[in-house]
Design a binder for this molecule. Structure first.
Ligand code: FAD
Length: 528
């Protein structure tokens, strides 16, 4: 009978989720006495999954992974650590889609943010479409942008700015900025946030906005997880279009390419007549010989034409403007076509090198999913990604091109994608933590080297290429900022934040005095 009672109580405790995890040597033992202890996992199966990220460039094991059900759970964990005699690192992890270990917590606790949405039994996405106020969505920090899109579309609405890939979390992208082809007009995603709920580094749960606890609001947006965990964001919405006309225009002259890009994002082209999305890509010529013969966007026929264009030019690369125009089925095709033609008439791409697709709004926004499927099918998704993202001032972009694409990458063919597109600086709010180039240029370019390393040798080579890019900027005195930044010393971070550094340290002391949050960013001494 005693044995039966013992087994029953054991089973009941498992069912109720009350099973005490094995305490971990590296964490205070009384952590495992807290009410939230059943949500900690210390088994190596679980901790191994939180020991690296999409980039696979950094590895560090946490002592435990925490599966919160509510923001209050996160607050309890952080409060315990920050008031403990031996505070331990705590890193919220969205999808772990960073690439330099930013979401790792060596020797501490990784907070698996996604378990919050799952445990709540509903999506923690609430759309407000009816009131007197303009529409908005309240989305949990753990939510994926694809789910935010699906939920808002049910009301015929959508956020205004999107990252290229939608399987990222709201909290993860807002901790960086969230950029994409709509940012030239509406700013980055952080510029479209009206309110946040944040659990600070002392475990306090704070609601903040431009008017309320504004220092925390501005700090957390682009804050690299340093000041608190974003558990809810209120994001502005607009009516969603039904369809998208999506074009790529090919150039071999970088000066024409950038001139046209800058024209398309300028106030000369009004919202009514302009594109809704403007980005750009650089395809190195050698990839036409050695790379894939078709892509999710370009057919084999298109690629053959582009390869012929590449082979008869002096240019080391083909540059594509990628642009999109939203429309609704009730507008006649004719009107949209006229609007598109009028715009294309003003551009200087190679005649005849316009590639067009007509897709639904969701197909357009979720386009990288298709690339992910293709890459997964050939084993090229889960490989190391030594990515480098820079913001380069408009006045130096041609020098950058000369040094990089016409310089050391001229005859190279690394696997991956290179993005290059301009944004208007006046759409960014300098009170937020994200850094943009500080000079006088009113436009800067996002240049992203999204490399895939297919062998150990590739990692080394791509890291060298990244170093060469940074060296070139230093030698040519090109004032740039890293986006999704990675610096290996505090001096690097001081330089990154420049005049904002003292404010950053003040805010850190106020909101995370023990420097326990997101240690993988390696900004503060206790984190390095
Ligand atoms: P994680 O990698 O899990 O976390 C990133 C950092 O934020 C970590 O330091 C973490 O501790 C912290 N963090 C996570 N959640 C929270 C939270 N709720 N509150 C506070 N801090 C938190 N970025 C763009 O801007 N535009 C793009 O078009 C774009 N495309 C991408 C495409 C791909 C395929 C990939 C892999 C990434 C892309 N990114 C893009 C980068 C992406 O924005 C970052 O990786 C970002 O970190 C989001 O990923 P995540 O949600 O997995 O966050």
């Amino acid at each position: 009978v005693a044995l039966a009672l013992l087994i029953t109580s054991f089973l009941l405790s498992v069912v109720a989720g009350q099973l005490r995890p094995l305490p971990s040597a590296g964490l205070p033992s009384d952590l495992f006495d807290l009410g939230i202890a059943s949500r900690l996992r210390t088994d190596t199966n679980t901790t191994a999954k939180a020991s690296t990220d999409f980039g696979q460039m950094a590895k560090a094991s946490p002592e435990a992974v925490f599966h919160p059900r509510t923001p209050a759970d996160i607050a309890a964990l952080i409060r315990f650590s920050s008031s403990s005699l031996a505070p331990f690192p705590v890193a919220p992890r969205g999808q772990g889609h960073s690439w330099r270990g930013q979401s790792l917590a060596p020797g501490g606790v990784v907070v698996d943010m996604r378990s919050m949405g799952r445990a709540a039994g509903h999506r923690r996405i609430n759309v407000s479409a009816a009131g007197a106020e303009p529409p908005y969505v309240d989305a949990g920090g753990e939510q994926l942008w694809i789910d935010v899109l699906r939920a808002t579309l049910q009301h015929g609405l959508a956020p205004r700015v999107w990252t290229d890939y939608l399987r990222l979390t709201v909290g993860g992208t807002l901790s960086n900025a969230g950029i994409g082809g709509q940012a030239f007009r509406h700013g980055p995603q952080i510029a479209n946030v009206q309110e946040l709920d944040v659990v600070t580094g002392t475990g306090e749960m704070v609601t903040c906005s431009r008017d309320k606890n504004s220092d925390l609001f501005f700090a957390a947006l682009g804050g690299l997880g340093q000041f608190g965990v974003i558990t809810r964001a209120r994001i502005r919405l607009e009516p969603a279009p039904k369809r998208v006309r999506w074009v790529r225009l090919a150039y071999t002259d970088v000066a024409m390419f950038t001139k046209d890009q800058e024209f398309l994002i300028s106030s000369q082209v009004g919202e009514e007549v302009g594109f809704n999305y403007v980005e750009g890509q650089v395809q190195l010529n050698r990839s036409f010989v050695e790379g894939p013969k078709s892509t999710p966007f370009f057919s084999t026929l298109d690629m053959n034409r582009l390869a012929r264009l590449a082979s008869r030019t002096e240019s080391p690369a083909i540059y594509y403007i990628e642009a999109a125009m939203y429309y609704n089925e009730d507008t006649t095709i004719h009107v949209d076509q006229q609007k598109m033609d009028a715009l294309l008439d003003q551009l200087s791409f190679h005649p005849g090198f316009v590639f067009t697709k007509d897709v639904t709004f969701v197909q357009f926004l979720d386009r990288v999913r298709e690339e992910e499927r293709v890459l997964r099918s050939v084993g090229m998704w889960e490989v190391p990604h030594p990515w480098l993202n820079l913001f380069i001032p408009r006045s130096r972009i041609l020098d950058f091109d000369t040094g990089v694409f016409k310089g050391f990458l001229r005859d190279a063919n690394p696997a991956g994608i290179i993005l290059m597109y301009p944004m208007n600086k006046d759409r960014w709010d300098n009170q937020m933590t994200t850094m943009t180039p500080t000079g006088d240029d009113d436009v800067f370019y996002a240049v992203s080297f999204l490399w895939s390393a297919l062998s150990v040798g590739d990692v080394e080579q791509l890291e060298k290429a990244n170093e060469s890019v940074l060296d070139l900027c230093a030698k040519a005195d090109i004032e740039f900022k890293q986006y999704l930044p990675h610096h290996t010393s505090q001096d690097g971070w001081k330089q990154h934040f420049g005049a904002k550094w003292s404010k950053i340290t003040e805010l850190k002391a106020k909101y995370d005095p023990q420097a326990i949050l997101s240690p993988g960013q390696k900004i503060f001494p206790s984190q390095t």
